[in-house]
Design a binder for this molecule. Structure first.
Ligand SMILES: CC(C)(COP(=O)(O)OP(=O)(O)OC[C@H]1O[C@@H](n2cnc3c(N)ncnc32)[C@H](O)[C@@H]1OP(=O)(O)O)[C@@H](O)C(=O)NCCC(=O)NCCS
Length: 168
């Protein structure tokens, strides 16, 4: 019963929530922005998604969002269908300004949309930074920091993430 109520409370926070999608545990849905979830998405435990006012987090059909994932959107984070986010993946679409002489805390943030394609796998602890597009079918190795676009159907690892092989 408790699980049913919890699911209902979480779902009501989404602009749209596809049939068959489920929460296994606690999810923190923060901010005044929007969330869209496709069909048959699995959310594991201790997930945080923060969409600031005017921001949108969009999760495609059949995605798997595992434990401890953190996603923050000031503008837009879009994740394609059948993509898997490993434990503790973090995705941010904004940076604070870092102009000299002013603490970053006092500088406006600069958002740039993040797009993660369909059929991707981001390994444990991957961090994706603002403005990045990851192509369909890309695999990102555990612990990578993705600072630039990654082409479709490639495997990328490291800090910063670099392509090491093709999946074609
Ligand atoms: C990237 C990954 C998918 C492996 O791909 P692979 O094509 O089998 O790669 P290989 O094991 O052949 O490794 C190729 C090279 O990259 C290195 N490498 C592999 N994964 C790496 C990673 N995450 N970070 C840094 N280097 C890595 C290997 O050491 C190897 O280096 P070498 O050629 O100098 O020996 C895998 O290593 C990985 O990171 N998996 C994520 C696991 C995970 O997060 N699981 C959580 C469940 S969702």
């Amino acid at each position: 019963m408790f699980g049913f109520l919890r699911n209902w409370r979480y779902r009501s926070r989404f602009r749209s929530f596809g049939k068959g999608s489920r929460f296994k545990g606690i999810i923190h849905l923060l901010g005044a922005g929007d969330f869209i979830c496709g069909r048959n998405v699995r959310f594991a435990r201790n997930i945080t998604m923060k969409a600031s006012r005017g921001g949108l987090i969009e999760i495609g059909d059949d995605c798997l969002i595992t434990d401890g994932v953190y996603i923050a959107a000031e503008k837009s984070v879009a994740i394609g269908a059948r993509t898997m986010l490993g434990p503790k993946v973090m995705i941010f679409d904004a940076d604070h300004g870092i102009a000299p002489g002013i603490p970053p805390r006092d500088q406006p943030t600069v958002p740039k949309p993040v797009k993660i394609g369909a059929g991707c796998w981001l390994g444990a602890g991957v961090i994706v930074l603002r403005g990045v597009t990851i192509g369909d079918g890309a695999v990102i190795g555990a612990g990578a920091v993705v600072t630039r676009d990654i082409p479709p159907n490639t495997v990328a690892i490291g800090i910063p993430a670099r392509v090491i092989k093709s999946r074609e």
